[in-house]
Structures are given as structure tokens and as C-alpha cells.
Design a protein around this ligand. Structure first.
Ligand code: ASP
Length: 592
């Protein structure tokens, strides 16, 4: 190989190199045979260079060119020369030159490809892409997204280092730490019958690092959650995990905003406007029906609850009588475009989120028409002046228990935003959602669950009396949202063992259970634990949004598929009986 080792990459030769003898190494990307004149586009990570075998070239060379296959790995030795004027390609960094080949050496051949390697995106189905991920990763799209991921992670480290953060690794074999999901377990061979858990996040360890006085910690940390395969989830994902001592939520907002600004500038050359708007949770639910609102378009809800209280449409009246809500979404100018059929498609979306239906009417020059308009003919509550609509608008209503009604209408809003092309794909719309409730009622188990995790501090004014009405306690916690995605969660933490014990009690841990699970944390808090707080932006989601994609698989080199399996290496897979025996385990149930 040595004598065929590259002198240049495939992305660097320009007119300044004309006349040089060079050796290029790379993959056969494009092959053209123009009646004996061969063009081979050679590709590596750095770019593409056109190499040429002239018609007059020796038979040996022409034979070698003729037998090349796509994606075989070759070395081309030759001389750099200008391209004929008509073939100059200003779009390509190497577009002024070509390499006249004098020798071609096949470093490794290539079997018939399962799909073509594309300059942009591989056109194959996802399963095939994942089975041959090593080839899929050769596509221009994947190469540029993996590069973006690298730049993003690098910019994160650069920024946080500049702010005085230490990157500290925490263990991947830990004691089970409930964060709302199921743990992946690792059996211990030495301690039979005992298990390590893979961390759902480094939460407890970063808090312990604060007790140890490290003050500012971060880690680009792998997290593992054994959740059901649903939507765009991966069993392992990466967080930019951060924790700081002696901070308030304001400090966390500030450092996170500055980090995002730095990262977008460095990795994308985009100037992010800061500070990000802040929306309290209750307001986000009231206006957008979501705690991760898509802010790239407006269309906020109008509250119709009071107006509905005495209206003649019994569905609305009953909803209000039962303590529910009626919300209105005004879709500007959509009355004509939305036929009954299209409205029933929107209704299907609302139903997915538990709403029994979607009520509608249209505002026209002649007043209200269609749907439930007959109930409001003589009712001044649906007036353009009061509700802010105009002729030509479509009016959509959702009624029922608050959460269901707003969530369903929120999903309809999002769908309309997409269908009506209201979302600018080139914008990044960040916001903070804060003032979340600390606890959520778990109807199934009839108990309170932590809304974020149980290490979050209640806001001070609720501290003394939080046991009285847990549902009303607001926590010192915040989410960072971008383009409708939850990008990060974080909070100011409890550092007082007495408060921590009270929270454990509210969420149903007995003193013994709390001691058994978190004794080490409570113990650490007894040794001068500083006040602290943090946040953890998801790296996969961040890069996905930056890349304008809607699946994190597009920014992870080797992701699992939608059923959490890897078609490439066949994981998860059975293991030898001997391995199980050594671990003291036996399998009692198997996948069909
Ligand atoms: N550990 C939390 C999470 O994974 C983030 C945090 O509170 O810092 O969501």
C-alpha cells in the first residue's frame, strides 16, 4: 500500500495544483465511459475529484478502468490538469481540475451494492439502510450530519470549558435510579442474583459531584431507558448533562442560552436571538395545548369556556358544567379550503388525543355557516369582534376535561401548521417552559408521581405546606423547547435531606424504601451539600433539529430500528447457555 498512499485527499486539489503528480485514495462514486474516455469520480470524506483515463491511454489502464465497480476502494496515480472549459464545475471545490490517471490500483473490490450511495440521501427503505448502515453512512447526507454532530459536540465542549466547567465521567454500571422509565439491567456474575442498572441519566452522580465541590460539571453522557418502542425513541441516547452549584434558574437559563448561541454560530453559522421567551406551563397549555409549543407560527387558542357556559349547544354546556374547558382555534382564511371531509380528517387527529370530536363552523360574509353554527345564530358570544375572527376563517372547537381538550386541539393546530405550510423550515424557535407542577396525579395507581424527577425543588412559597395539596405545588423546573421538540429538562435540586425525605413520602416511598434506594444520596446531603441545579439538553435531538430532520436516527451513526433492534448486528440476540449459567440466570420466556 505504501507506494499508493495518498498525497492529497479527494477534496483539496485546485488550479494551484495543476501539473503536480498526485496519488488519490477513495471510493468509486461515479463511473462514465464516453466511447473509450473514462471518467471516474473518486470520493472520500473530504470531497470528490474527477479522474480521467484518456482514449489514448495504455490498454492496461483502460482495462483496469473498465472493470471497476461502484464503491470499490482504489488508488489513482496521475497528474493534475485543468478541466476543459466546458467541464469546469464552480459548485465543486475541485471543479476546476481533473486528474489524468496513469495508474489505477484496486485496494479492495466491492460486491453488488444493496442500494446506490447518494450525494444526498440514500433512497432505500429504513430497514435496509440500517442493515447496511456502514454503506448508508457513506451518503452525502449522513456524512454531513455526522460532521454536524461532531462540530456541535466540539462547540459544546469549547463553550463549557471556557465557562469553567469540568467534563467528568460517571459510571455506566450503577444502582437503579428511577427517572420515570424502566432500567436496563446488567446481571452481576460475581454477585449472583444482583444487578447493575444502566443510567437513565447521570442525575444522582452529578448531584454528588456538587457535594464534592466540583461546582460546574458537564458530560456528554450516554443515557439508557427501556421504554416501549414508540415514535422516535432510542434505547440509548446522548445528553449534554450539566450541573452547577450556588445557582438559581436564571443562571441555568443564561448559561444554556449562551451555549446554544455559541453552538449554532460555530456549527451552523446561525445567529440565535437570545434571551429565549419564557412561557409558564399553564399558559403554554392554555394557548398551544402543549408543553412543547411549536412557535414558528402563531394561531393560539381563544378561551371559549365562559361563553359556552350558557350556550344552546349542550355538548359545550355539559363540558363546562363538568368542570371542563372549551377552546377555540381560529384558522385564518381556511373556511373555503376545508371541506367537510378535510375537517373530519382534522377530527381524526383530535380523536387520537382522546377528544370525542371537533366542533366547527365557518365565518362567511353572511355570518356563521355549517357545523354547529345553528346553535349560535342568535348568540352574541360568537362574534368576530369578541373572538377576533373574520370572514373566511375556519373556527374549530374542542370541549372536555382541560388536558384532553387542549392537547387534542394542540395536535390539530400542529397538523394545520404543517398542512397550511405555516412553518418556516429554516427557523429555530426556542422558548423556555417553566412553572411546571411538581407532581402529577397517577390515576391508575392512585398516587402522586414526580412530574420531572424527585430531586426537584418546590418553589419556595409551596415548601412549608406542600403535603396539603401536592397538585398545586409548582416546582423550580424548566424545559427548553425548540421547534416543538422538548430539547432539555432541568431543575433546581433539593439539597436538604429533610425536604428530600418529604418528597419521597409524597410520591409514595416508605422511609425504608427511600433509604434502600437513595440512602447514599441522603447521606451525602448531610455533609454540607451546596444548593445546586442543572439541565440536560439532548444531543441527538439538538443535532436533528439543526439538521432539519425529524428523526434522531438520522444523526446517530448506529441507531436501533423502531422495535429497538439492530438489523446490522442482530442485537438483541440469544446468548449461550454457558453464559447464562455463569450469571446464575435462566430464560423463562422467549420472543416468538
Ligand atoms: N436528569 C434529567 C433528565 O434526564 C435532567 C436534569 O434534571 O438535569 O431529564
Amino acid at each position: 500500500m505504501e507506494s499508493y498512499q495518498r498525497t492529497h485527499s479527494c477534496g483539496e486539489l485546485t488550479a494551484a495544483d495543476i501539473g503536480k503528480k498526485v496519488i488519490l485514495n477513495g471510493w468509486v462514486f461515479k463511473l462514465r465511459n464516453h466511447g473509450g474516455l473514462f471518467f471516474i469520480n473518486l470520493r472520500d470524506r473530504f470531497g470528490v475529484t474527477q479522474t480521467v483515463i484518456d482514449d489514448g491511454a495504455p490498454e492496461r489502464l483502460r482495462g483496469a478502468a473498465a472493470s471497476l465497480k461502484f464503491e470499490c476502494c482504489i488508488a489513482v496515480c496521475g497528474t493534475v490538469r485543468p478541466r476543459p472549459d466546458s467541464m469546469v464545475n464552480p459548485q465543486m471545490p475541485t471543479g476546476e481540475i481533473e486528474v489524468a490517471a496513469e495508474e489505477i490500483v484496486v485496494l479492495n473490490g466491492c460486491d453488488t451494492l444493496p442500494f446506490m450511495i447518494d450525494e444526498e440521501e440514500t433512497q432505500a427503505k429504513e430497514d435496509l439502510r440500517l442493515r447496511y448502515r456502514f454503506l448508508d453512512l457513506r451518503s452525502g447526507g449522513m456524512q454531513s450530519r455526522i460532521a454536524l454532530r461532531h462540530k456541535t459536540a466540539f462547540a459544546v465542549r469549547e463553550f463549557l470549558n471556557g465557562e469553567g466547567f469540568f467534563e467528568i465521567e460517571t459510571p455506566t454500571f450503577i444502582k437503579s435510579t428511577p427517572e420515570g422509565a424502566r432500567d436496563f439491567l446488567v446481571p452481576s456474575r460475581i454477585h449472583k442474583g444482583k444487578f447493575y442498572a444502566l443510567p437513565q441519566s447521570p442525575q444522582l452522580y452529578k448531584q454528588l459531584l456538587m457535594v464534592s465541590g466540583f461546582d460546574k460539571y458537564f458530560q456528554i453522557a450516554r443515557c439508557y431507558r427501556d421504554e416501549d418502542a414508540r415514535g422516535d425513541r432510542q434505547p440509548e441516547f446522548t445528553q449534554i448533562d450539566m450541573e452547577m452549584s450556588f445557582v438559581s434558574a436564571e443562571d441555568v437559563y443564561s448559561v444554556t442560552e449562551r451555549m446554544m448561541k455559541h453552538v449554532f454560530k460555530k456549527a451552523l453559522n446561525v445567529d440565535l436571538p437570545t434571551p429565549f421567551p419564557r412561557i409558564p406551563y399553564a399558559q403554554a397549555m392554555n394557548l398551544y395545548g402543549s408543553d412543547k409549543p411549536e412557535l414558528r407560527f402563531d394561531m393560539t387558542f381563544v378561551d371559549f369556556t365562559e361563553a359556552a357556559r350558557n350556550c344552546s349547544f349542550s355538548v359545550f354546556r355539559n363540558a363546562v358544567e363538568e368542570g371542563g374547558t372549551v377552546k377555540l382555534l381560529i384558522v385564518p382564511g381556511a373556511a373555503e379550503a376545508y371541506s367537510r371531509k378535510k375537517i373530519s380528517e382534522l377530527e381524526e387527529t383530535a380523536k387520537i388525543y382522546g377528544a370525542p370530536g371537533l366542533a366547527w363552523m365557518k365565518a362567511t360574509e353572511n355570518g356563521l355557516e355549517g357545523g354547529i353554527s345553528k346553535f349560535f345564530e342568535n348568540d352574541g358570544s360568537v362574534s368576530a369582534g369578541r373572538l377576533g375572527f373574520k370572514a373566511g376563517d375556519l373556527l374549530l372547537f374542542s370541549a372536555g376535561p382541560f388536558k384532553t381538550a387542549v392537547t387534542a386541539l394542540g395536535a390539530v393546530r400542529l397538523r394545520l401548521g404543517k398542512d397550511l405550510g405555516l412553518i418556516d423550515p429554516n427557523r429555530f424557535s426556542f422558548c423556555w417552559i417553566n412553572d411546571f407542577p411538581l407532581f402529577e396525579w397517577n390515576e391508575e395507581e392512585r398516587k402522586w408521581d414526580p412530574a420531572h424527577h424527585m430531586f426537584t425543588m418546590p418553589k419556595e412559597k409551596y415548601l412549608a405546606t406542600m403535603e396539603e395539596n401536592p397538585g398545586e405545588v409548582i416546582g423550580d423546573l424548566y424545559d427548553l423547547v425548540c421547534n416543538g421538540y422538548e430539547l432539555a429538562s432541568g431543575s433546581i435540586r433539593i439539597h436538604d435531606p429533610a425536604v428530600q425525605k418529604r418528597i419521597f413520602k409524597i410520591v409514595g416511598f416508605s422511609e425504608e424504601q427511600a433509604e434502600e434506594k437513595f440512602g447514599f444520596l441522603l447521606n451525602a446531603f448531610r455533609y454540607g451539600a451546596p444548593p445546586h441545579g442543572g439541565i440536560a439538553p439532548g444531543l441527538d435531538r439538538l443535532v436533528m433539529i439543526m439538521a432539519g430532520k425529524d428523526s434522531i436516527k438520522e444523526v446517530i451513526a448506529f441507531p436501533k430500528n423502531n422495535v429497538m433492534a439492530s438489523p446490522m448486528d442482530g442485537s438483541p440476540s440469544p446468548v449461550d447457555a454457558a453464559q447464562l449459567k455463569e450469571l446464575g440466570l435462566s430464560v423463562t420466556e422467549k420472543e416468538a
